[in-house]
Every structure is written in structure tokens, then in C-alpha cells.
Design a protein around this ligand. Structure first.
Ligand code: HEC
Length: 127
């Protein structure tokens, strides 16, 4: 795990590029894992991007790459749980990021609710 985290940090830029250029993903697991590691769980001692977004402190560039990540994640099959629930949860994340991009004051609190780790993991994360 540790080794993979380091690797994924180094590859963030490559990943963003890949997100923009590839149209389909064969392996949903890879995509979801990458969004988790790159945006939800930062390496030890640093804040993940989701925390910065929740604090209303993310840059436009960060919001754009986060949005792209969620849009790809939404297209994936959830590893566990109903597809309809997965779609609803991902749509909440996407809509919240778009609201923040539009400077909608309700966006940040909507995002904090949508990004609730436990809410999604309890339904969609395999044990
Ligand atoms: C919309 C749903 C959703 C939300 C919200 C979410 N996760 Fe996840 N997360 C998943 C799923 C699904 C997996 C399992 C991926 C797989 O194994 O294919 C996962 C897996 C993970 C993993 C394991 C990655 C690995 O190496 O296998 C970490 C770490 C993680 N999430 C962190 C977080 C944190 C921290 C938050 C909250 C800030 C969060 N997630 C919010 C859906 C979500």
C-alpha cells in the first residue's frame, strides 16, 4: 500500500492527462482507487484535496481535476452495492464541485456531505 501511494503521488500529473484523453475505462477498480488515493487520502502529514475543497480553499485548477476524477469514477461499475446508489452518490459529488466552481455558497457544505467517507464506503467499498 505504502509503495503504491508514493507511486500514485508521482503519477498524479500523468493521471490527469490520461483522464482527459481516454474515453473509456476497463478497470473501474483502478480508477476509483486512484481518485481515493489522489484526492481523498493524502500522504502522511499533508491534507488531501477533499479537505481543502471542504474548507473552500481549492483553486480552480484543483476543482477542475477533482471534477474530472469524479466524472470518470461515476462511469465505473461500483465494486459493491447497487449501481443506482453509486450514481446518486457520484452525482452529488459532481454537482457539489460544479456548484463550488460557480461560486454557489451552498457548494462547500453540499460537498462536505457528499464526500462523507463512511456513507459511501459502508455501501460500496468491498471489505
Ligand atoms: C462516492 C463514494 C465514496 C466516497 C464519498 C469515498 N470513497 Fe473511498 N472508496 C470508495 C470505493 C467504492 C472504494 C473501493 C475501491 C475498490 O476497491 O475498487 C474506496 C476505497 C478507498 C480507499 C482504499 C484505496 C485502495 O488502496 O484500495 C481509501 C484509502 C479511501 N477510499 C479513502 C476515502 C476517504 C478518506 C474518503 C472521505 C474523505 C472517501 N474514501 C470517500 C468510494 C468512496
Amino acid at each position: 500500500m505504502k509503495k503504491k501511494t508514493l507511486l500514485s503521488t508521482t503519477l498524479v500529473a500523468t493521471f490527469c492527462l490520461a483522464l482527459q484523453t481516454s474515453s473509456s475505462f476497463a478497470d473501474g477498480h483502478e480508477v476509483i482507487e486512484k481518485v481515493m488515493k489522489d484526492y481523498h487520502k493524502a500522504p502522511e502529514g499533508t491534507d488531501p484535496l477533499c479537505k481543502k475543497v471542504g474548507a473552500g480553499a481549492a483553486t480552480e485548477e484543483e476543482l477542475a481535476k477533482l471534477l474530472a476524477g469524479y466524472q470518470e469514477m461515476a462511469k465505473c461499475e461500483p465494486p459493491k452495492g447497487a449501481k443506482s446508489s453509486w450514481e446518486t452518490k457520484n452525482k452529488a459529488l459532481i454537482d457539489a464541485v460544479i456548484a463550488i466552481q460557480k461560486k454557489d455558497p451552498a457548494g462547500v457544505s453540499a460537498y462536505k456531505q457528499a464526500v462523507n467517507c463512511k456513507n459511501c464506503h459502508s455501501v460500496h467499498k468491498p471489505d
